[in-house]
Ligand binder design. Structure first.
Ligand code: NAD
Ligand code: DAU
Length: 352
Protein backbone atom coordinates (compact mmCIF):
# COMPACT_ATOMS: atom_id res chain seq x y z
CA UNK A 1 0.00 0.00 0.00
CA UNK A 2 1.16 3.53 -0.81
CA UNK A 3 0.07 6.34 1.52
CA UNK A 4 -0.89 9.68 -0.01
CA UNK A 5 -1.53 12.73 2.11
CA UNK A 6 -4.04 15.08 0.48
CA UNK A 7 -4.38 18.57 1.98
CA UNK A 8 -7.66 20.42 1.50
CA UNK A 9 -9.47 17.17 0.73
CA UNK A 10 -12.74 18.43 2.17
CA UNK A 11 -12.91 21.23 -0.39
CA UNK A 12 -14.23 21.24 -3.94
CA UNK A 13 -11.33 19.82 -5.98
CA UNK A 14 -9.78 17.91 -3.07
CA UNK A 15 -12.93 15.86 -2.47
CA UNK A 16 -13.17 14.93 -6.16
CA UNK A 17 -9.48 14.03 -6.15
CA UNK A 18 -9.79 11.74 -3.12
CA UNK A 19 -12.74 9.94 -4.72
CA UNK A 20 -10.74 9.61 -7.95
CA UNK A 21 -7.67 8.20 -6.15
CA UNK A 22 -9.66 5.64 -4.16
CA UNK A 23 -11.58 4.60 -7.29
CA UNK A 24 -8.56 4.23 -9.55
CA UNK A 25 -5.81 2.99 -7.22
CA UNK A 26 -6.88 0.07 -5.01
CA UNK A 27 -3.38 -0.04 -3.49
CA UNK A 28 -3.49 3.58 -2.25
CA UNK A 29 -4.33 4.78 1.24
CA UNK A 30 -5.46 8.41 1.43
CA UNK A 31 -5.05 10.66 4.48
CA UNK A 32 -7.11 13.81 4.16
CA UNK A 33 -5.69 16.76 6.15
CA UNK A 34 -8.13 19.63 6.30
CA UNK A 35 -8.83 22.43 8.79
CA UNK A 36 -12.52 22.51 7.81
CA UNK A 37 -12.67 26.25 7.17
CA UNK A 38 -15.93 27.66 5.78
CA UNK A 39 -14.98 25.98 2.46
CA UNK A 40 -14.25 22.54 3.89
CA UNK A 41 -17.17 20.17 4.20
CA UNK A 42 -17.10 16.49 5.11
CA UNK A 43 -20.47 16.06 3.39
CA UNK A 44 -18.40 16.21 0.17
CA UNK A 45 -16.86 12.86 1.14
CA UNK A 46 -19.81 11.01 2.68
CA UNK A 47 -19.57 8.20 0.13
CA UNK A 48 -15.94 7.37 1.04
CA UNK A 49 -15.92 8.03 4.77
CA UNK A 50 -16.26 4.32 5.64
CA UNK A 51 -13.63 3.16 3.16
CA UNK A 52 -10.85 1.51 5.25
CA UNK A 53 -8.27 3.10 2.91
CA UNK A 54 -9.46 6.62 3.83
CA UNK A 55 -8.57 8.60 6.99
CA UNK A 56 -9.50 12.13 7.95
CA UNK A 57 -7.20 14.32 10.08
CA UNK A 58 -8.53 17.72 11.10
CA UNK A 59 -5.52 20.05 11.15
CA UNK A 60 -4.32 23.43 10.00
CA UNK A 61 -1.43 23.17 7.53
CA UNK A 62 0.25 26.17 9.21
CA UNK A 63 0.34 24.28 12.53
CA UNK A 64 3.80 22.68 12.35
CA UNK A 65 3.52 20.37 15.41
CA UNK A 66 0.14 19.04 14.19
CA UNK A 67 1.46 18.38 10.67
CA UNK A 68 4.63 16.82 12.05
CA UNK A 69 2.55 14.43 14.20
CA UNK A 70 0.41 13.48 11.18
CA UNK A 71 3.55 12.67 9.17
CA UNK A 72 4.85 10.53 12.04
CA UNK A 73 1.52 8.71 12.35
CA UNK A 74 0.92 7.99 8.66
CA UNK A 75 4.37 8.22 7.02
CA UNK A 76 3.06 9.37 3.62
CA UNK A 77 5.19 8.89 0.52
CA UNK A 78 3.26 11.47 -1.49
CA UNK A 79 1.79 14.85 -0.61
CA UNK A 80 -0.91 16.27 -2.86
CA UNK A 81 -1.20 19.83 -1.63
CA UNK A 82 -4.54 21.52 -2.37
CA UNK A 83 -5.41 23.25 0.93
CA UNK A 84 -5.74 26.95 0.30
CA UNK A 85 -7.84 30.01 0.70
CA UNK A 86 -9.15 29.96 -2.85
CA UNK A 87 -11.59 32.82 -3.51
CA UNK A 88 -10.29 36.03 -5.12
CA UNK A 89 -13.04 38.29 -3.72
CA UNK A 90 -12.35 37.10 -0.17
CA UNK A 91 -8.64 37.79 -0.68
CA UNK A 92 -9.56 41.42 -1.39
CA UNK A 93 -11.60 41.59 1.83
CA UNK A 94 -9.13 39.68 4.06
CA UNK A 95 -5.67 39.17 2.50
CA UNK A 96 -4.01 38.07 5.76
CA UNK A 97 -5.75 34.69 5.76
CA UNK A 98 -4.33 34.03 2.27
CA UNK A 99 -0.77 34.78 3.36
CA UNK A 100 -1.17 32.55 6.40
CA UNK A 101 -2.60 29.48 4.68
CA UNK A 102 -1.26 29.73 1.14
CA UNK A 103 2.24 30.95 1.97
CA UNK A 104 3.00 30.05 5.60
CA UNK A 105 0.95 26.83 5.39
CA UNK A 106 2.75 25.70 2.23
CA UNK A 107 6.17 26.45 3.72
CA UNK A 108 5.20 24.55 6.88
CA UNK A 109 4.27 21.50 4.79
CA UNK A 110 7.53 21.75 2.82
CA UNK A 111 9.59 21.88 6.01
CA UNK A 112 7.82 18.94 7.61
CA UNK A 113 8.01 16.84 4.43
CA UNK A 114 11.71 17.61 4.03
CA UNK A 115 12.37 16.67 7.66
CA UNK A 116 10.52 13.34 7.44
CA UNK A 117 11.75 12.38 3.98
CA UNK A 118 15.39 13.54 4.25
CA UNK A 119 16.83 10.02 4.59
CA UNK A 120 15.22 8.75 1.41
CA UNK A 121 13.94 11.43 -0.90
CA UNK A 122 14.07 9.38 -4.07
CA UNK A 123 10.68 7.63 -3.79
CA UNK A 124 8.77 10.66 -2.50
CA UNK A 125 6.71 13.35 -4.28
CA UNK A 126 5.47 16.73 -3.08
CA UNK A 127 2.80 17.73 -5.62
CA UNK A 128 1.66 21.34 -5.38
CA UNK A 129 -1.70 22.19 -6.97
CA UNK A 130 -1.69 25.76 -8.23
CA UNK A 131 -3.56 28.11 -10.49
CA UNK A 132 -3.21 29.87 -13.83
CA UNK A 133 -3.86 33.17 -12.01
CA UNK A 134 -0.15 33.37 -11.08
CA UNK A 135 0.58 34.32 -14.71
CA UNK A 136 -1.55 37.46 -14.52
CA UNK A 137 -3.86 38.78 -17.19
CA UNK A 138 -3.88 38.33 -20.97
CA UNK A 139 -5.14 40.66 -23.68
CA UNK A 140 -7.07 39.33 -26.66
CA UNK A 141 -4.17 37.19 -27.90
CA UNK A 142 -1.85 34.54 -26.50
CA UNK A 143 -2.06 31.81 -23.88
CA UNK A 144 -0.17 31.01 -20.67
CA UNK A 145 2.75 28.61 -21.12
CA UNK A 146 4.82 27.09 -18.35
CA UNK A 147 7.57 29.68 -19.01
CA UNK A 148 5.22 32.69 -18.96
CA UNK A 149 6.62 35.12 -16.34
CA UNK A 150 4.63 35.35 -13.11
CA UNK A 151 2.54 38.53 -12.80
CA UNK A 152 -0.11 38.03 -10.11
CA UNK A 153 -2.54 40.86 -9.30
CA UNK A 154 -4.90 39.81 -6.51
CA UNK A 155 -3.82 38.92 -2.97
CA UNK A 156 -5.03 35.37 -3.79
CA UNK A 157 -2.90 34.99 -6.90
CA UNK A 158 0.08 36.70 -5.22
CA UNK A 159 -0.13 34.20 -2.36
CA UNK A 160 -0.36 31.26 -4.79
CA UNK A 161 2.60 32.65 -6.79
CA UNK A 162 4.62 32.91 -3.57
CA UNK A 163 3.74 29.32 -2.69
CA UNK A 164 4.85 28.12 -6.14
CA UNK A 165 8.18 29.90 -5.67
CA UNK A 166 8.70 28.29 -2.27
CA UNK A 167 7.94 24.83 -3.68
CA UNK A 168 10.54 25.38 -6.42
CA UNK A 169 13.00 26.73 -3.84
CA UNK A 170 12.66 23.51 -1.80
CA UNK A 171 13.40 21.49 -4.92
CA UNK A 172 16.38 23.58 -6.03
CA UNK A 173 17.86 24.09 -2.55
CA UNK A 174 17.10 20.90 -0.64
CA UNK A 175 16.41 18.45 -3.45
CA UNK A 176 12.78 17.85 -2.45
CA UNK A 177 11.11 15.96 -5.34
CA UNK A 178 8.33 18.33 -6.38
CA UNK A 179 5.73 18.63 -9.12
CA UNK A 180 3.60 21.72 -9.76
CA UNK A 181 0.54 22.14 -11.92
CA UNK A 182 -1.26 25.38 -12.76
CA UNK A 183 -4.86 24.90 -13.76
CA UNK A 184 -7.64 27.07 -15.16
CA UNK A 185 -11.17 27.52 -13.71
CA UNK A 186 -12.75 24.28 -12.52
CA UNK A 187 -16.47 23.63 -12.39
CA UNK A 188 -18.70 20.78 -11.22
CA UNK A 189 -20.60 19.48 -8.17
CA UNK A 190 -19.53 20.41 -4.60
CA UNK A 191 -18.11 23.81 -5.54
CA UNK A 192 -18.72 26.37 -2.79
CA UNK A 193 -21.39 28.86 -3.97
CA UNK A 194 -19.16 31.92 -3.61
CA UNK A 195 -17.75 31.02 -7.05
CA UNK A 196 -19.46 32.26 -10.24
CA UNK A 197 -21.11 29.09 -11.56
CA UNK A 198 -22.74 27.71 -8.38
CA UNK A 199 -23.68 31.25 -7.35
CA UNK A 200 -25.51 31.82 -10.62
CA UNK A 201 -27.20 28.40 -10.55
CA UNK A 202 -28.48 28.85 -6.99
CA UNK A 203 -29.61 32.44 -7.57
CA UNK A 204 -31.44 31.28 -10.70
CA UNK A 205 -33.22 28.67 -8.61
CA UNK A 206 -34.41 31.40 -6.24
CA UNK A 207 -35.12 34.11 -8.79
CA UNK A 208 -32.43 36.36 -7.30
CA UNK A 209 -30.24 38.76 -9.33
CA UNK A 210 -27.30 37.22 -11.18
CA UNK A 211 -24.38 39.56 -10.39
CA UNK A 212 -22.01 39.99 -13.34
CA UNK A 213 -18.94 42.09 -12.55
CA UNK A 214 -18.24 45.11 -14.78
CA UNK A 215 -19.40 44.55 -18.35
CA UNK A 216 -19.02 40.76 -18.21
CA UNK A 217 -16.31 40.74 -20.86
CA UNK A 218 -13.62 39.06 -18.77
CA UNK A 219 -12.66 35.66 -20.15
CA UNK A 220 -12.00 32.43 -18.26
CA UNK A 221 -11.05 28.94 -19.47
CA UNK A 222 -13.37 26.32 -17.92
CA UNK A 223 -12.47 22.73 -17.11
CA UNK A 224 -14.60 19.93 -15.65
CA UNK A 225 -13.24 19.13 -12.17
CA UNK A 226 -12.97 15.42 -13.00
CA UNK A 227 -10.71 16.24 -15.95
CA UNK A 228 -8.49 18.23 -13.57
CA UNK A 229 -8.28 15.25 -11.16
CA UNK A 230 -7.35 12.96 -14.07
CA UNK A 231 -4.62 15.44 -15.06
CA UNK A 232 -3.23 15.46 -11.50
CA UNK A 233 -3.18 11.64 -11.50
CA UNK A 234 -1.43 11.63 -14.90
CA UNK A 235 1.21 14.16 -13.79
CA UNK A 236 1.78 12.42 -10.44
CA UNK A 237 2.53 9.14 -12.23
CA UNK A 238 4.28 10.39 -15.38
CA UNK A 239 5.45 13.94 -14.78
CA UNK A 240 9.13 14.82 -14.60
CA UNK A 241 10.23 15.78 -11.08
CA UNK A 242 10.93 19.49 -10.71
CA UNK A 243 8.67 20.37 -13.63
CA UNK A 244 5.55 22.49 -13.97
CA UNK A 245 2.56 21.44 -16.10
CA UNK A 246 -0.24 23.74 -17.21
CA UNK A 247 -3.76 22.25 -17.23
CA UNK A 248 -6.64 23.84 -19.15
CA UNK A 249 -9.90 23.09 -20.88
CA UNK A 250 -9.24 24.87 -24.19
CA UNK A 251 -12.65 26.31 -23.45
CA UNK A 252 -12.67 30.10 -23.21
CA UNK A 253 -15.86 31.98 -22.37
CA UNK A 254 -16.66 35.61 -21.71
CA UNK A 255 -18.44 35.74 -18.35
CA UNK A 256 -21.58 37.26 -19.83
CA UNK A 257 -21.81 34.55 -22.51
CA UNK A 258 -21.27 31.85 -19.90
CA UNK A 259 -23.95 33.25 -17.59
CA UNK A 260 -26.38 33.45 -20.55
CA UNK A 261 -25.59 29.83 -21.49
CA UNK A 262 -26.23 28.69 -17.91
CA UNK A 263 -29.53 30.62 -17.96
CA UNK A 264 -30.57 28.87 -21.20
CA UNK A 265 -29.69 25.43 -19.87
CA UNK A 266 -31.38 26.15 -16.56
CA UNK A 267 -34.62 27.23 -18.27
CA UNK A 268 -34.49 24.14 -20.48
CA UNK A 269 -33.81 21.72 -17.60
CA UNK A 270 -36.50 23.20 -15.34
CA UNK A 271 -39.11 23.61 -18.09
CA UNK A 272 -39.38 27.39 -17.69
CA UNK A 273 -40.08 29.62 -20.70
CA UNK A 274 -36.90 30.46 -22.63
CA UNK A 275 -35.49 33.85 -21.57
CA UNK A 276 -36.71 33.69 -17.97
CA UNK A 277 -33.25 33.34 -16.41
CA UNK A 278 -31.53 35.99 -18.49
CA UNK A 279 -33.89 38.65 -17.18
CA UNK A 280 -32.17 38.35 -13.76
CA UNK A 281 -28.70 39.28 -15.06
CA UNK A 282 -27.49 42.39 -13.22
CA UNK A 283 -24.24 44.19 -13.95
CA UNK A 284 -22.55 45.16 -10.67
CA UNK A 285 -19.40 47.01 -9.60
CA UNK A 286 -16.32 45.35 -11.04
CA UNK A 287 -13.83 43.34 -8.97
CA UNK A 288 -10.81 45.59 -8.17
CA UNK A 289 -7.81 44.53 -10.28
CA UNK A 290 -10.03 42.13 -12.25
CA UNK A 291 -7.84 40.07 -14.60
CA UNK A 292 -9.15 40.44 -18.15
CA UNK A 293 -8.43 37.04 -19.65
CA UNK A 294 -6.97 33.67 -18.72
CA UNK A 295 -6.12 31.04 -21.34
CA UNK A 296 -3.96 27.97 -20.90
CA UNK A 297 -1.60 26.38 -23.38
CA UNK A 298 -1.57 22.75 -22.19
CA UNK A 299 0.63 21.47 -25.04
CA UNK A 300 3.30 20.19 -22.65
CA UNK A 301 0.86 18.01 -20.72
CA UNK A 302 -0.79 16.83 -23.92
CA UNK A 303 2.37 15.91 -25.81
CA UNK A 304 4.45 14.56 -22.90
CA UNK A 305 1.73 12.70 -21.04
CA UNK A 306 -1.17 12.35 -23.47
CA UNK A 307 -3.78 14.05 -21.25
CA UNK A 308 -6.77 15.74 -22.87
CA UNK A 309 -9.97 17.18 -21.40
CA UNK A 310 -12.81 14.72 -21.99
CA UNK A 311 -16.05 16.25 -20.69
CA UNK A 312 -17.99 18.35 -23.25
CA UNK A 313 -18.89 21.70 -21.70
CA UNK A 314 -22.66 21.55 -22.14
CA UNK A 315 -22.76 18.03 -20.69
CA UNK A 316 -20.71 19.16 -17.68
CA UNK A 317 -22.87 22.27 -17.20
CA UNK A 318 -26.07 20.20 -17.36
CA UNK A 319 -24.71 17.75 -14.80
CA UNK A 320 -23.62 20.62 -12.54
CA UNK A 321 -26.99 22.39 -12.73
CA UNK A 322 -28.83 19.14 -12.00
CA UNK A 323 -26.54 18.42 -9.07
CA UNK A 324 -27.26 21.79 -7.43
CA UNK A 325 -30.98 21.34 -8.04
CA UNK A 326 -31.12 17.90 -6.44
CA UNK A 327 -28.74 18.27 -3.47
CA UNK A 328 -30.80 20.57 -1.30
CA UNK A 329 -29.37 19.38 2.03
CA UNK A 330 -25.82 20.17 0.87
CA UNK A 331 -26.90 23.56 -0.45
CA UNK A 332 -28.76 24.45 2.75
CA UNK A 333 -25.79 23.43 4.91
CA UNK A 334 -23.20 25.51 3.07
CA UNK A 335 -25.41 28.56 2.47
CA UNK A 336 -25.78 29.41 6.12
CA UNK A 337 -24.11 31.47 8.87
CA UNK A 338 -20.76 32.71 7.68
CA UNK A 339 -21.72 32.53 4.00
CA UNK A 340 -24.78 34.72 4.48
CA UNK A 341 -22.61 37.35 6.15
CA UNK A 342 -20.03 37.15 3.35
CA UNK A 343 -22.73 37.43 0.65
CA UNK A 344 -24.17 40.56 2.22
CA UNK A 345 -20.73 42.18 2.52
CA UNK A 346 -19.75 41.28 -1.05
CA UNK A 347 -23.02 42.00 -2.89
CA UNK A 348 -24.75 44.46 -0.55
CA UNK A 349 -27.93 42.38 -0.53
CA UNK A 350 -29.27 39.54 1.58
CA UNK A 351 -29.67 35.96 0.43
CA UNK A 352 -32.37 35.17 2.95
P1 NAD B 1 -11.81 25.17 -1.80
O1 NAD B 1 -11.83 26.54 -1.24
O2 NAD B 1 -13.06 24.55 -2.28
O3 NAD B 1 -11.20 24.16 -0.73
C1 NAD B 1 -10.07 24.50 0.05
C2 NAD B 1 -9.94 23.47 1.17
O4 NAD B 1 -8.77 23.78 1.93
C3 NAD B 1 -11.12 23.47 2.15
O5 NAD B 1 -11.51 22.15 2.44
C4 NAD B 1 -10.55 24.14 3.39
O6 NAD B 1 -11.14 23.68 4.60
C5 NAD B 1 -9.09 23.72 3.31
N1 NAD B 1 -8.22 24.66 4.03
C6 NAD B 1 -8.19 26.00 3.92
N2 NAD B 1 -7.26 26.51 4.76
C7 NAD B 1 -6.68 25.46 5.38
C8 NAD B 1 -5.64 25.33 6.33
N3 NAD B 1 -5.01 26.41 6.84
N4 NAD B 1 -5.28 24.10 6.73
C9 NAD B 1 -5.91 22.99 6.24
N5 NAD B 1 -6.91 23.05 5.34
C10 NAD B 1 -7.28 24.27 4.91
O7 NAD B 1 -10.71 25.20 -2.95
P2 NAD B 1 -10.69 24.46 -4.37
O8 NAD B 1 -11.42 25.28 -5.35
O9 NAD B 1 -11.02 23.04 -4.18
O10 NAD B 1 -9.13 24.60 -4.72
C11 NAD B 1 -8.20 23.63 -4.27
C12 NAD B 1 -6.82 24.02 -4.75
O11 NAD B 1 -6.79 24.10 -6.15
C13 NAD B 1 -6.35 25.38 -4.24
O12 NAD B 1 -4.99 25.30 -3.92
C14 NAD B 1 -6.58 26.31 -5.41
O13 NAD B 1 -5.65 27.39 -5.39
C15 NAD B 1 -6.31 25.37 -6.56
N6 NAD B 1 -7.02 25.70 -7.81
C16 NAD B 1 -8.37 25.88 -7.82
C17 NAD B 1 -9.03 26.12 -9.03
C18 NAD B 1 -10.54 26.32 -9.08
O14 NAD B 1 -11.05 26.67 -10.15
N7 NAD B 1 -11.28 26.09 -8.03
C19 NAD B 1 -8.30 26.19 -10.22
C20 NAD B 1 -6.91 26.01 -10.17
C21 NAD B 1 -6.29 25.75 -8.96
O1 DAU C 1 -8.28 30.39 -12.82
C1 DAU C 1 -8.26 29.54 -11.71
C2 DAU C 1 -8.97 30.19 -10.55
O2 DAU C 1 -10.35 30.19 -10.88
C3 DAU C 1 -8.73 29.51 -9.23
O3 DAU C 1 -7.37 29.62 -8.88
C4 DAU C 1 -9.57 30.14 -8.11
O4 DAU C 1 -9.41 29.42 -6.91
C5 DAU C 1 -11.02 30.09 -8.55
O5 DAU C 1 -11.81 30.75 -7.59
C6 DAU C 1 -11.20 30.75 -9.91
O6 DAU C 1 -10.95 32.18 -9.82
P1 DAU C 1 -11.90 33.24 -10.59
O7 DAU C 1 -11.77 34.54 -9.90
O8 DAU C 1 -11.67 33.19 -12.05
O9 DAU C 1 -13.35 32.54 -10.28
P2 DAU C 1 -14.76 33.15 -9.85
O10 DAU C 1 -15.74 32.02 -9.93
O11 DAU C 1 -14.66 33.91 -8.57
O12 DAU C 1 -15.06 34.18 -11.01
C7 DAU C 1 -15.10 33.79 -12.37
C8 DAU C 1 -15.30 35.05 -13.20
O13 DAU C 1 -16.62 35.55 -12.94
C9 DAU C 1 -14.35 36.18 -12.85
O14 DAU C 1 -14.03 36.89 -14.03
C10 DAU C 1 -15.15 37.07 -11.90
C11 DAU C 1 -16.58 36.87 -12.39
N1 DAU C 1 -17.64 36.96 -11.36
C12 DAU C 1 -17.48 36.23 -10.21
C13 DAU C 1 -18.44 36.27 -9.23
C14 DAU C 1 -18.27 35.48 -7.95
C15 DAU C 1 -18.76 37.73 -11.58
O15 DAU C 1 -18.91 38.36 -12.64
N2 DAU C 1 -19.72 37.76 -10.60
C16 DAU C 1 -19.60 37.08 -9.43
O16 DAU C 1 -20.51 37.19 -8.55
Amino acid sequence: MRTLLVTGGAGFIGSHLIRHLLDHHPDYRVVNVDALTYAGNLMNLQDVQDDPRYTFEKADIADAPAIDAIFSRHQPEVVLHLAAESHVDRSILDPGAFVRTNVVGTVTLLRVAQKHWADKLSDKVFYHVSTDEVYGSLGAEGRFREDTPYDPHSPYSASKAASDHFVRAWHDTYGLPVLISNCSNNYGPYQFPEKLLPLVILNLREGKPLPVYGTGENVRDWLWVGDHCRAIDTILHGGRIGQTYNIGGDNEWRNIDLVRRVCQLFDELTGRPAGTGERSITFVTDRPGHDQRYAIDATKLQTELGWRPQTPFDAGLRETINWYLTNEAWVAAVRSGEYLRYYEEQYGSRLS
